[in-house]
Design a protein around this ligand. Structure first.
Ligand SMILES: Nc1nc2c(c(=O)[nH]1)N[C@H]1C(S)=C(S)[C@@H](COP(=O)(O)OP(=O)(O)OC[C@H]3O[C@@H](n4cnc5c(N)ncnc54)[C@H](O)[C@@H]3O)O[C@H]1N2
Ligand code: MOO
Length: 405
């Protein structure tokens, strides 16, 4: 039997045929977290003119170099209402923050340093320097400059910037539609009293939240019992819903009631792989059902979440045109000794803290069983253990992935 795929090879297979989804135009106010499908250039220059940064008086610097200057006020310049005239020698214009600097004026004196008496103003202090309190045209950005690049996931601040560049809508990749299908006779939804041997359905809540956090829309395909006909019917529902990604949980292993792969194969899925050299998550399955990317996650709650972090997240990012596919790993020190690893890459649930030197410390939780949600809840990260990694003493180097909150 061929050796199971490594995590890296498996991820490459999952991503193999994934291409960014088509582009749509979305109002800028709705585009938070969406991924740009084209470079975005400024449609205008900001600020469009030299403007005042303060409430005060627009003056000629030469007139106010010394304290005590007395000038004649010839007009008023609120923001949005430029002044037609020009400020000559010995003259000032009353100006407000954002007001366009009138011709002739080159400096602003703040009103706190001014005493107004009818048409004259006297300044108690010198202006400081030429151009004081003036924001020059184009100081923020100039028309034509690309400020947001294709592939960028738009932050809140990016929305303000895109709007300032005068884009009422932005081109983004369509959100992936992720169908979530849980399998298992033993599962009942939260709030239902479980019958004998039954447990409460849980892992899909974390996976759905993770998918939405990554920009996907989720479709709940429900919980199906371990029966071929019902599993097939749910797969058909997924197709009818037009999902881009079908995520199944449970029924992925080798037991008599693990029917997910059989049901998918009967519907025409082309299997890419099943089983990888990883812990937790060995029975991970990947394939294609027509255009649908299928990820069969193991049922154990920790296994399903960890495989979703490592495989679903990059797939969703690729479908949205992102360049940064994987959640990056970073250096840390082990908070406790870690034993040598076997042939499966291990992802230990770990709490993260920092030591006196400011180093990130990853301390594995005591019980690493893949069914345990309580320790998963305590963990902030995954301490990565490559296949055959040697033991690490407490304080020794390791690498971690931060889990999304
Ligand atoms: N003989 C073998 N048995 C098992 C193997 C193996 O290689 N040989 N692999 C083990 C590993 S590793 C894993 S992981 C599990 C994965 O099995 P399945 O994907 O078939 O998952 P199930 O059997 O359906 O469920 C496992 C466990 O998780 C609970 N579960 C399932 N779905 C949910 C859910 N949505 N919410 C909460 N809990 C869920 C389920 O009740 C089971 O307890 O197989 C091992 N066995
Ligand atoms: O691979 Mo299983 O996920 O170890 O429990």
């Amino acid at each position: 039997m061929a050796a199971p795929l490594s995590v890296t090879e498996a991820l490459a297979r999952v991503l193999e045929r994934a291409v960014p989804l088509p582009t749509e135009s979305v109002p800028v106010g709705d585009a938070h977290g969406r991924v740009l499908a084209a470079d975005l250039a400024a449609q205008r220059t900001q600020p469009p003119d030299d403007v005042s940064a303060m409430d005060g008086y627009a003056v000629r610097f030469a007139d106010v170099e010394a304290p005590g200057a007395r000038l004649r006020v010839i007009g008023e310049v609120p923001a949005g209402r430029p002044f037609d005239g020009a400020v000559g020698q010995g003259e000032a214009a009353r100006i407000f923050t954002g007001g366009v600097m009138p011709a002739g004026a080159d400096t602003v004196v703040v009103q706190e340093n001014a005493t107004r008496d009818g048409d004259t103003v006297t300044f108690s202090a010198a202006a400081g320097f030429l151009g004081r309190h003036v924001r020059n045209r184009g100081r923020d950005f100039s028309a034509g400059t690309v400020l947001l690049r294709e592939g960028r996931r738009l932050s809140m601040r990016d929305l303000a910037l895109a709007a300032a560049m005068n884009h009422p809508a932005v081109p983004v990749h369509r959100r992936p539609r992720v169908g979530l299908l849980a399998t298992g006779d033993e599962l009942v939804p939260p709030g239902t009293p479980p019958g004998p041997g039954q447990i409460v359905y849980s892992n899909g809540f974390a996976i759905a939240a993770l998918a939405r956090h990554e920009g996907a829309a989720t479709i709940d395909l429900g919980i199906v019992p371990d029966r071929l006909d019902e599993t097939v019917a749910a797969i058909r529902r997924a197709r009818a819903e037009g999902v881009d990604v079908l995520v199944t949980t449970g029924g992925a292993s080798v037991g008599d009631y693990d029917l997910v792969q059989t049901a998918l194969a009967s519907e025409g899925m082309q299997l890419a792989f099943w089983k990888i050299a990883m812990r937790p998550g060995r029975p991970l399955m990947s394939g294609r059902l027509g255009d649908i990317h299928v990820l069969g996650l193991p049922g154990n709650p920790v296994s399903s979440f960890v495989t979703a972090v490592l495989f679903l997240v990059p797939l969703l990012r690729r479908l949205q045109g992102r360049a940064d596919l994987a959640i990056p790993d970073e250096p840390a020190v082990a908070g406790a000794a870690v034993k040598a690893n076997d042939e499966r890459a291990d992802f230990l649930r770990a709490t993260l803290s920092s030591d006196a030197e400011g180093r990130l410390v990853a301390t594995p939780v005591t019980d690493q069983d893949s069914s345990l949600l309580a320790p998963l809840g305590l963990a902030d990260g995954l301490l990565m253990r490559p296949p055959h990694a040697p033991s690490v003493a407490a304080g020794g180097p390791c690498r971690v992935i931060r889990l999304p909150a």
